[in-house]
Design a protein around this ligand. Structure first.
Ligand SMILES: NC(=O)C1=CN([C@@H]2O[C@H](COP(=O)(O)OP(=O)(O)OC[C@H]3O[C@@H](n4cnc5c(N)ncnc54)[C@H](O)[C@@H]3O)[C@@H](O)[C@H]2O)C=CC1
Ligand SMILES: O=C1[C@@H](O)[C@H](O)[C@@H](O)[C@H](O)[C@H]1O
Length: 339
């Protein structure tokens, strides 16, 4: 791979994680520029890398020294930076969510279509996880027969103080929303959100929740979202087919049997559970971006996830079943794509 010079916007938790992996997992990639609204933080990160800092994300994107952009700032800032990267004709990896409303995500889809080819990749790392890839391989092989249902659980040990009630959907369940579309190759057409008794650890949050996702191919998916389980980070998935089932295995690589007990480690958070998936994700992105065209989950996937998230937030607020209708998908080079 010829050298790819990357600029990173947002040097917080996942920004620093991605900088570390971009600098180590793929030869030929260098992080040459960073920026953060916390300028002191950006300066510390840049000093450790020998990179330069920029006063803001737009300045970084415009730099002729930056070939490709990684956006790791807060969700509400993503649209502006992704649109600027498209305008500059630079490949951009944007952490999830692509944008915080379907309308904003659709503006990105339209801008990329007007550009005429793919530039955007969204950080849906489950598509790169060995266990999810193995699950999909079994499903696609037909060995369990036609899929009927999927049961998922997404449990966080805890969440930070700034975590808002709607983040249960837009920050957390959004991973299952994307994963399910990819797993079954079918759009989500309606969503319900059920609210069981609230956990005593929940504080002000609606925790836990049960989402029911209806797919266009009539597969039904239930997703438990629990964000204060305390015991660890636990991601589960099992598909029921006409002839059998397939489930994600336990993430711990070993089980210790002693004193009449079996014990195996539970990951602490998403960095533990999906560390290897992020490595593959960023490596594959860097290779495809060096060729000018990212090939992972794209702007349309970011839009579809935003549309389903939006419906799920409405379902959470109203208790009703909310249908999802996606916009018409513009084709590359489509000058009519809505501005
Ligand atoms: N794929 C995954 O599993 C995960 C994805 N994420 C996503 O990554 C993004 C960042 O999350 P974290 O790193 O956890 O948050 P964080 O709060 O640790 O870091 C975000 C950084 O962005 C900076 N920032 C905010 N607005 C900015 C702007 N306009 N320009 C430049 N810098 C700005 C903040 O000062 C902060 O340093 C979010 O969109 C989140 O949803 C986060 C965790 C896991
Ligand atoms: O993306 C992530 C976080 O932003 C989110 O807050 C967590 O709930 C997810 O498990 C994690 O993967």
């Amino acid at each position: 791979m010829t050298g790819l010079r990357v600029g990173v916007i947002g040097t917080g938790m996942i920004g620093r994680e991605h900088i570390r992996r971009l600098s180590t997992v793929q030869a030929g990639v260098s992080v040459v520029a960073v920026t953060d609204v916390d300028a002191a933080l950006a300066a510390r990160v840049a000093a450790g890398l020998g990179a330069v800092t920029h006063p803001d994300g737009l300045d970084l994107i415009a730099s002729p020294r930056v070939d490709a952009v990684v956006v790791c700032s807060w969700g509400g800032t993503h649209e502006e930076y992704v649109l600027a990267a498209i305008a500059a004709g630079k490949p951009v990896f944007c952490e999830k969510p692509l944008a915080t409303s379907p309308q904003a995500a659709l503006r990105i889809v339209a801008a990329e279509a007007r550009h005429g080819g793919r530039l955007v990749q969204v950080g849906y790392m489950r598509r790169y996880d060995a266990a999810y890839r193995a699950l999909k391989k079994v499903l696609d092989s037909g060995v369990i027969g036609a899929p009927l249902m999927m049961h998922c659980a997404h449990r966080n040990a805890g969440v930070p103080g700034f975590y808002e009630p709607e983040y249960t959907i837009t920050e957390t369940a959004v991973h299952e929303i994307d994963m399910v579309r990819w797993m079954f190759g079918s759009e989500i057409v309606a969503v319900r959100v059920l609210r069981p008794r609230v956990s005593r650890h929940a504080g002000e949050l609606p925790d836990p929740l049960l989402l029911v996702l209806e797919l266009a191919n009539d597969v039904l998916v239930d997703v438990e979202i629990s964000v204060n389980v305390r015991y660890g980070y636990d991601i589960r998935g099992e598909i029921l087919g006409e002839d059998g089932t397939v489930a994600l295995g336990e993430p711990g690589l070993v089980a210790v049997r002693r004193d009449g007990r079996v014990a195996s480690p539970v990951p602490g958070d998403w960095r533990d559970r999906f560390g290897a998936a992020y490595d593959v994700e960023l490596r594959e992105w860097a290779v495809s971006a060096a060729g000018g065209v990212p090939d992972g989950p794209g702007a349309w996937d970011g839009y579809a996830a935003a549309a389903v998230s939006d419906a799920a937030v409405r379902a959470l607020r109203t208790g009703e079943r909310v249908t999802v209708t996606l916009a018409e998908r513009p084709r590359p080079g489509d000058e009519r794509a809505r501005a």
